[in-house]
Design a protein around this ligand. Structure first.
Ligand code: KG4
Ligand code: ZN
Length: 346
């Protein structure tokens, strides 16, 4: 059994996970979200996020204590997100993990946040390899190819904004509170796809770019405001969402054609999006030889169960001397795999 901790942004989450046949079971999870604290600022304030983590994390430890009834002998290892993320936020989770690992005398497994999102699929259905993952969140938009649990390749990523970031920026322009993604999703379902946006011209067939559509939507709203026209928020949301979902899934379909894979996972906070989930699942009809996994909503946004699941699949990552574990705010998947598999932490 793994006790996992995730604190890379504005959620402090703790979970207990274990292998169950060919998937991962989450035995308990307690996540404390700070969304309300940041909403008034229109986005995550890093300093506030770490302060809130310090204030609130003990509640998650109490939940573990209650679940295990003070019997910690079943815990085999502690896993913790070391990056990428906000350094102050990461540090709090890492310090908590170090203390727990030291007191229980258990190994500490450093985990990469994006691999966490990828393996969130295993909490819903068995993941088979090779596997392709479409990771869409507030900070990341990537297609990741996992040949086996020792070989990962980012085959496409955004050249500018992450898709969730664009959702949040457009929502802000529309006067909606943070995080705007879920609100735009709800509005989009009531609107019509009436506006077309220019597709980005990129030489790399798997690269994404969302700054163009972001500017186009913001300019559209500005123009309407200057002319005193009605802001048809539902149609704007629907048109923007249709564009984004199309962009993401066209590139994923290309990757599916080029990369042999058994499982395809949609993951990250934006994978909670209704249109994206529906269209992703529809792709199953074309790619009948692949298994499409859409994680349960509770495993889409940042959570500790996904970090524990990734640790279970990556047990060849050598646990580190607790003192050597440090936060790595800009850690790439490639750096992580190279450094941690060889135990060469810099
Ligand atoms: O993975 P996540 O919880 O945190 C990061 O690692 O970034 O993702 C948060 C992002 C936010 O940008 C939020 O607006 C977006 O996910 N999001 C959505 C939806 N639910 C959350 N975006 C579009 N539609 C949704 N239903
Ligand atoms: Zn995330």
């Amino acid at each position: 059994m793994i006790l996992a901790i995730e604190s890379s942004c504005d959620e402090f989450s703790i979970a207990l996970v274990q292998h169950s046949k060919d998937k991962v079971d989450c035995l308990m999870m307690k996540t404390i979200s700070q969304i309300n604290s940041h909403a008034t600022f229109g986005g995550v304030v890093p300093e506030l996020a770490s302060r809130e983590h310090v204030k609130l994390f003990t509640k998650t430890l109490e939940a573990i204590k209650d679940h295990l009834k003070h019997d910690y002998t079943q815990i085999d290892a502690i896993a913790v997100t070391i990056g990428p993320g906000l350094s102050g936020s990461l540090l709090i989770g890492i310090q908590v993990a170090k203390v727990v690992a030291t007191l229980l005398n258990k190994p500490l497994i450093p985990m990469h946040h994006i691999l966490g999102h990828l393996f969130s699929g295993s909490l819903t259905a068995p993941m088979e390899f090779p596997c392709l993952g479409l990771v869409v969140s507030g900070g990341h938009t990537e297609i990741i190819y996992c040949l086996n649990t020792a070989q990962y390749e980012i085959i496409g990523c955004t050249r500018d904004d992450a898709v969730g970031e664009v959702y949040d920026k457009i929502a802000k322009k529309l006067g909606l509170p943070y995080p705007g993604g879920p609100l735009i999703d709800t509005l989009a379902q009531k609107g019509n796809n009436v506006y077309t946006f220019t597709k980005p011209k990129l030489t790399d067939q798997f690269a994404f770019s969302f700054s163009g559509v972001k500017s186009a939507v913001i300019n559209l709203i500005n123009r309407k405001q200057q002319l005193g026209d009605e802001i048809d928020i539902e149609d704007i949301s629907c048109s923007f969402q249709a564009f984004v979902v199309d962009e993401l899934l066209i590139k994923l379909a290309k990757a599916l054609e080029m990369y042999p894979s058994k499982t395809v996972v949609l993951c990250g906070g934006v994978s909670a999006n209704s249109e994206l989930r529906k269209n992703f699942q529809n792709m199953q009809q074309k790619f009948t030889d692949r298994k499409f996994i859409v994680p349960d909503i509770k495993y889409c946004s940042d959570n500790a169960a996904m970090i524990g699941a990734a640790a279970l699949f990556n047990l060849m990552i050598k646990p580190l001397d607790h003192l050597k574990v440090d936060c790595r705010p800009n850690l790439t998947v490639e750096e992580y795999v190279t450094a941690y598999k060889n135990n060469e932490v810099k």
